[in-house]
Design a protein around this ligand. Structure first.
Ligand code: ZN
Length: 477
């Protein structure tokens, strides 16, 4: 009994000990756990995944790290393999160490291409093909901002009268476009006249048709109907019409005018005022005002200026004056170096005037006149050649027999007036050389007096036409 009692006491003592030990252990575990928990750093990342277009600037997700209730952002090491502007998936690695603990976290960065590629069609979206022909691809190009040139990747599908073009970029963005093909001919034939569209014919001469060419986009052997007649026995303007029709009934027509003129008029007692080297902003409009006020017509031998002055040539023409040709460049060295240069320059100013007035003129004046000697320096004998060549080509060239001398530098209106009136003669036609180049106020200021003198003394003022008797100097070269 005593022994049993002793054993029970022993057991009780042991139990007490274990309970106490357990408590101590638990307390120390809790304590350690708390201690470790507090010492373990933590990282919070704003976004675990971020997506950017390849052309955007990549910003790595923000983070916040702390331990023991303290901010330890500065201890965070960030590593990333992000390649900006390159499509792909990348990781950002965040690591922080605190005491003997280390914590890591990852964020995903996606760089994507959401922009579509583009196909650029050459030619029109609506294509017309001759009914008897097949469509031939006109061409295209494809590009993508990310992949660059994708022309080779374009897929073409032909669906009856529609052609589809499709392209896909490396990020599977697609682009589709199309064009319509019409098997129709809606282009007119083109008639090109040989020779000028305005022909001068002397009374009682025979009109010879210079001919024409015709072309059509689809059809060959197009017939051209020529209608209209020229009565060479009667002065007047005659219209000849050329009409062409293709197999699809597209019709075009062009016209040519034939002017039958009487034999040259003799202009005794007539004054032809001529102005060279214009037009100019400062002088030409004022000359036109004076001419209008006096009700007379003059002749302007124009050269090429800035296109902003074209309206003055147009005004000369619409106000009834004669717009004639002087030179495109007025560059002696160029035009008198060769016959080809001369005519190339002349045709340039002739085309320019035609574009402005709608009429081709054959009335010309040589820079420096037909008797100039400066051309000797560039090509001996060229003036003898040119003066005969221009006539053979149907041009009428005019020198002068009255010189106001503004071309030689005279600027005094009185001297200019005297120079003109002192040379006028009733027994012949008078071609007066003057200039309307920029700031030529001397001539401008003498003009009204010259006209008044002419009117008071029984002269008539006319513009030069194809009927005017030509006044020539003797060539000196
Ligand atoms: Zn000149």
């Amino acid at each position: 009994m005593k022994e049993i009692k002793k054993k029970k006491i022993k057991i009780k003592k042991k139990k007490k000990f274990y309970t106490l030990a357990t408590i101590v252990l638990l307390i120390s575990m809790v304590f350690t756990f708390c201690f470790c928990y507090l010492l373990t750093p933590k990282i919070e990342i704003e976004k675990k995944k971020a997506t950017f277009n390849y052309d955007e600037k990549v910003t790595i997700p923000k983070y916040h790290a702390y331990a023991m209730n303290k901010e330890i952002d500065k201890k965070v090491k960030v590593k990333s393999d992000v390649k900006e502007h390159e499509v792909g998936n990348y990781f950002v690695h965040y690591q922080v160490k605190y005491s003997f603990f280390s914590v890591e976290k990852l964020a995903l960065i996606k760089i994507v291409d959401k922009k579509k590629p583009e196909i650029i069609l050459k030619g029109s979206k609506d294509v017309y093909v001759c009914p008897s022909e097949e469509y031939e691809e006109i061409g295209f190009s494809a590009k993508d901002e990310y992949d660059g040139d994708l022309t080779d990747k374009v897929l073409i599908k032909n669906d009856k009268d529609k052609i589809y073009y499709k392209v896909e970029d490396s990020s599977h963005n697609t682009f589709v476009t199309s064009r319509n093909v019409y098997y129709e001919d809606n282009e007119k034939p083109v008639i090109t006249l040989k020779g000028s569209n305005k022909i001068y014919l002397y009374l009682n001469n025979t009109y010879q048709e210079p001919g024409f060419d015709v072309k059509d986009n689809c059809d060959k052997n197009i017939e051209v109907k020529v209608s209209g007649t020229v009565n060479a026995k009667k002065v007047g303007t005659y219209k000849i019409t050329y009409t062409a029709t293709d197999n699809s009934n597209n019709t075009s027509s062009v016209e040519r005018y034939v002017e039958v003129i009487s034999n040259q008029e003799s202009g005794k007692g007539i004054i032809y005022l001529t102005f060279d080297d214009g037009p100019s902003n400062s002088i030409t409009p004022k000359i036109l005002e004076i001419l209008k006020k006096k009700g007379i017509y003059a002749t302007f031998f124009v050269i090429n200026h800035d296109d902003s002055l074209n309206y003055l040539i147009k005004r000369e023409y619409t106000e009834g004056h004669s717009v004639a040709l002087h030179s495109y460049t007025h560059n002696y060295q160029y035009i008198y170096s060769s016959v080809d240069n001369y005519f190339s320059d002349l045709n340039k100013i002739r085309d320019k005037v035609y574009k402005i007035t709608g009429e081709y003129t054959n009335i010309i004046r040589f820079p420096g006149g037909g008797s100039n000697t400066i051309s000797k320096k560039y090509q001996p004998g060229i003036m003898s050649q040119l003066t005969s060549d221009v006539s053979n080509k149907g041009f009428h060239y005019f020198d002068w027999n009255v010189d106001c001398e503004d071309g030689a530098g005279v600027r005094d209106p009185n001297r200019i007036y005297q120079n003109v009136i002192g040379s006028l003669s009733k027994s012949r036609e008078n071609v007066v050389l003057m200039h309307d180049f920029e700031n030529n106020y001397g001539t401008l200021n003498a003009l009204e007096n010259i006209i008044d003198y002419g009117i008071q003394n029984g002269y008539q003022f006319r513009k030069i036409t194809m009927n005017t008797e030509e006044v020539h100097h003797r060539p000196n070269n």
